[in-house]
Ligand binder design. Structure first.
Ligand code: B12
Length: 213
């Protein structure tokens, strides 16, 4: 069933995708398991696009289907009403308007009681620095999907260094091109393409005492 969902996402078959999501839920899969399968599905869409088999309209379609999946899943992830404490600042890097992954990461963090300040997409290095400085956030999450925007992530890190705030904030990057090399090049503290790991990293940084579920 998991493979069928992956294939339906990759084939941009909306009806089958949504039906399978419901079926998987009934069979005990968690919303997070399903998000991960769908993420892999859209990754296949991206691969077909880069190989010339799919067009831009197909990328847009994959976004629509993913949103439909999230509409089913979101009500099942209870939002912790006691969102308190220091905020985590999050945004998509300048030049990049991809936000599906960022929004999922934010939703997951909020659903575990973290306060997250969402700066949206196309966020400049100066905006990131201003925001972290203004609210004293100990964590900054940057989403980057376009490889050519990785250099701008480095600019964010350099700007924090320049204004003397680098040691006040831990920076995590997430998104399609992130890996150990991107971490080394940009100078960020952590990278992840896995939202569950993102949650674990934030807990580690804040030494969070919330119950782990
Ligand atoms: C959907 C999509 C679009 C949609 C975006 C809709 C939206 N609102 O986000 C649209 C159609 C608008 C789009 C446009 C473009 N896209 Co596009 N897109 C994709 C696609 C298919 C899926 C991305 C996605 O949403 N994945 C699903 C999410 C859930 O996964 P994710 O982002 O990785 O996020 C997960 C983790 O990484 C993590 N995470 C993400 N962010 C963060 C942040 C933090 C802090 C943390 C902790 C975790 C975290 O949590 C998420 C949940 O697991 C990818 C293919 C791919 N393989 O990723 C191409 C892809 C990213 N796009 C690509 C391109 C080229 C473009 C365009 C330039 C196309 C064009 N010619 O115009 C434009 C760029 C527009 C711009 N300026 O940004 C390329 C990038 C190639 C590259 N190496 O740079 C890709 C890889 C496709 C390809 N193979 O060629 N795209």
């Amino acid at each position: 069933m998991k493979e069928k969902l992956l294939a339906a996402m990759a084939d941009l078959d909306e009806q089958t995708t949504l039906a399978l999501v419901k079926e998987l839920l009934q069979n005990g899969y968690t919303p997070l398991d399903i998000v991960e399968i769908c993420r892999q599905g859209v990754e296949l869409v991206g691969k077909s696009y880069s190989e010339g088999d799919y067009f831009l309209a197909d990328l847009v379609m994959s976004e629509e289907i993913f949103k439909g999946v999230m509409q089913i899943l979101e009500p099942l992830i209870p939002l912790d009403v006691q969102q308190s404490g220091v905020p985590i600042v999050m945004g998509t890097i300048e030049g990049d308007i991809h936000d599906l992954g960022k929004n999922i990461a934010i939703y997951l963090l909020r659903s575990h009681g973290f306060r997250v300040l969402d700066l949206g997409v196309d966020v400049s290095p100066a905006q990131f620095v201003e925001s972290v400085n203004a609210c004293g956030a100990p964590i900054l999450g940057i989403s980057v999907l376009l490889s050519f925007c990785v250099g701008t992530v480095k600019k964010v890190v350099d700007l924090f260094q320049e204004v003397g705030l680098r040691d006040k904030v831990k920076i995590i990057v997430g998104g399609y091109p992130v890996d150990e090399q991107v971490k080394e090049y940009t100078g960020v503290d952590y990278y992840t393409r896995d939202v569950a790991q993102a949650l674990a990293i934030c807990r580690l940084i804040l030494n969070d005492q919330r119950p782990h579920n």
